[in-house]
Design a protein around this ligand. Structure first.
Ligand code: XMP
Length: 533
């Protein structure tokens, strides 16, 4: 989608759009680093608003955006390769402080007269770093400190204008600064927690070098967003889709605070939700909001469309299409609606290149079925499009949502359909729902729910022999999937205690009709995915 031409998206309303929140902004120029988002989050943790932008933004455009600082991210390329991504060299002359990290440092040093070469060995992991000039960037950092390296190239020679600030045994320029320009470089990654004093170093860059005062607060964000929504919506009505997930709950909470009775929420119960989920959403909603709620009972419609379908992507398409139909029909009953509110988050915006200055590359495959088409004819309100997931959670708590909603594990749009391998039937969904409730219930009872990122049951299309009492059984196998992850793009299987797994297995086999065997999934992502379909 060409973001700038999308008439439904108001790019002027995000927090950065000239409000007080943007008064102190730092831009991260993204050179393809897996850590670009982490850098932005770390900057926000220091209460400075931060956005990730394309690496090739012109110096003129950057001057217009008027950030207090610019961070050049790392990246997988080599600066001496043809076609390597570069920034506009004029940005170094804007007088705006620049911090280059890893590839970003190499780029800055090369652009200002240094040399970058491939190192004999790729340096990856912890390294001991000696600070040779504490100055502003290393203020309050121990003279010997542990840092995290991940590079094949390094700066071997700097121009005369540069001074080294830190070194390691293999890297003479682990940190540098320019003597006249406010340009700094770090060969290591201050944004990862393995760099023990990374937070101090980034904080120094923000406070000592960029002279930010750290005014950005999520609370202010909520107040400003509520005010902005109120102004934009006026006396019109807004429709908001509820899914039971944290994002839509926070959107609903914000809107309820902003426009109360002008909000209508729609929950499509597709029959593929977890046990008692629709009831819980309705209960939580009515307890917390005074807004109008429509629940569409669409189980039969969805299951009829899914009959005989076994291919996972076809299931997804059918469910996505049916969801839009149901939503459309229900929305048509709301006569005076002009806006549609969605829980789009910042990572969705940057990963789809959906912001005019956002990085163009699409990194993640999007499989959200919640995206509603423009043909619905509403103007979009996306109050969370500047926030990361953990910020959304904190905002949810600030808005008074219960922990149960705020910390709920993510649940895929196609729901149980992608956890019922093969054809989806009402009977299989019932079985899966019961087993899943036991899995999640036991993990919660063991106090491990918050420590795991996603935990669920998968009904396998495999039957195996068992004995129950004196009889032989021939029933389904069930897999338990439980993962730990920060970003859901890579994940490790959760090393749950054996007694917990044992309780889950015993209870599922005893209590869930049709299951006589439980297996635990010990595959990491990659190469396995989190969902089985
Ligand atoms: P995978 O299985 O790709 O899952 O490792 C990564 C994350 O995405 C969720 N997921 C989906 N979410 N619609 C969604 O809204 C989908 O079709 C879908 N497929 C996977 C999955 O639950 C995990 O959190």
């Amino acid at each position: 989608m060409a973001a700038t031409t999308d008439p439904h998206v108001n790019y002027e309303t995000p927090a950065s759009g000239g409000s007080a929140l943007a008064a102190e902004k730092v831009l991260v120029l993204d050179f393809g680093s897996q850590f670009a988002q982490l850098i932005a989050r770390r900057v926000r943790d220091e209460h400075v608003y931060c956005e990730i932008v394309r690496h090739d933004l012109t110096a003129d455009r950057i001057a217009e955006l008027a950030p207090r600082g610019i961070i050049l991210s790392g990246g997988p390329s080599s600066v001496y390769e043809a076609g390597a991504p570069r920034c506009d060299p004029k940005i170094f002359e804007l007088g705006i402080p620049v911090l280059g990290i890893c590839y970003g440092m190499q780029l800055a040093c090369e652009a200002l007269g240094g040399r970058v070469e491939s190192h004999t060995v790729r340096e990856y992991g912890r390294a001991h770093c000696e600070v040779v000039d504490a100055g502003d960037l290393f203020r309050d950092v121990q003279p010997q400190t542990e840092v995290w390296m991940s590079h094949g190239d390094q700066v071997t020679q700097v121009a005369e204008d540069f001074s080294p600030l830190a070194k390691t045994s293999t890297c003479p320029f682990a940190a540098v600064r320019h003597n006249r320009l406010p340009v700094y470089g770090l060969q290591f990654h201050p944004e990862v927690t393995h760099t023990v004093e990374g937070k101090t170093i980034l904080g120094n860059f923000l406070r000592e070098v960029c002279k930010t005062t750290g005014q950005w607060r999520l609370g202010d964000f909520a107040d400003e967003t509520i005010a902005a929504v109120r102004e934009r919506v006026g006396t019109s009505r807004v429709i908001c889709g509820l899914s039971g997930g944290v994002d839509s709950a926070v959107v609903a909470a914000l809107l309820a605070k902003a426009i109360g009775p002008q909000l209508t929420c729609i929950l499509v119960d597709n029959g593929l939700l977890r046990k008692d989920e629709a009831t819980a959403v309705v209960r939580e909603f009515t307890e917390h909001f005074k807004a109008d709620l429509h629940v569409v009972d669409a189980e039969e419609r969805f299951l009829a469309k899914l009959a005989g379908v076994t291919e996972p992507q076809t299931k997804r398409k059918i469910i996505g299409g049916e969801f839009i139909e149901c939503f459309k029909q229900e929305a048509a009953k709301v006569t005076d609606a002009r806006f549609l509110a969605q829980g789009t988050l910042y990572p969705d915006v940057i990963e789809s290149g959906g912001s005019p200055d956002g990085p163009a590359a699409s990194i993640k495959l999007h499989h959200n079925v919640g995206g509603l088409p423009e043909e619905l004819g509403f103007e979009l309100i996306e109050p969370l499009r500047d926030l990361f997931k953990d910020e959304v959670r904190r905002l949810g708590l600030q808005l008074g949502l219960p922990e149960e909603i705020v910390w709920r594990h993510p649940f895929p749009g196609p729901g149980l359909a992608v956890r019922c391998l093969g054809e989806v039937t009402a009977e299989k969904c019932r079985t899966l729902r019961e087993a899943d409730a036991i899995v999640v219930g036991e993990i919660k009872a063991a106090g491990l729910y918050r420590q795991t990122s996603q935990a669920f049951a998968v009904l396998l299309p495999v039957q195996s022999v068992g004995v129950m009492g004196d009889g032989r059984t021939y029933e389904n196998a069930l897999a338990v999937r439980c993962v730990n992850t920060d970003d859901f793009m890579t994940a490790d299987w959760s090393h749950l205690p054996h007694d917990l797994l044992s309780r889950i297995s015993t209870r599922v086999i005893n209590e869930v009709k049709g299951v006589n065997r439980v297996v635990y999934d010990i595959s990491s992502k990659p190469p396995a995915t989190i969902e089985w379909e």
